[in-house]
Design a protein around this ligand. Sequence first.
Ligand code: SF4
Length: 67
Amino acid sequence: MATVEVDQDLCVGDQICASMEPEIFEMRDDGLAYVVDGMGELEDEAMIEAAKEAADACPVDAITVSE
Ligand code: SF4
C-alpha cells in the first residue's frame, strides 16, 4: 500500500501529473493539482508505479508517494 499526496504549496499547476495519470491526479478550480478522491491510498502495484512516475516527472517535487 502507498499513500499519495500533493503539496499545493509547491505545485505550480503545469498539469504534468494530471495529464500523465488522470486516474490519480486532477487539476481543480484553483489551478493546482490534487489527488483524486479515493486515490490517496493505492494498493495496486501498477497504480503505485504510475504515481511514482508522475512524482518523478513533477518539476517541483510536489508529489509524495510513501510506502
Ligand atoms: S506535476 Fe507537480 S507542479 Fe505539475 S501540476 Fe502536478 S503536482 Fe503540480
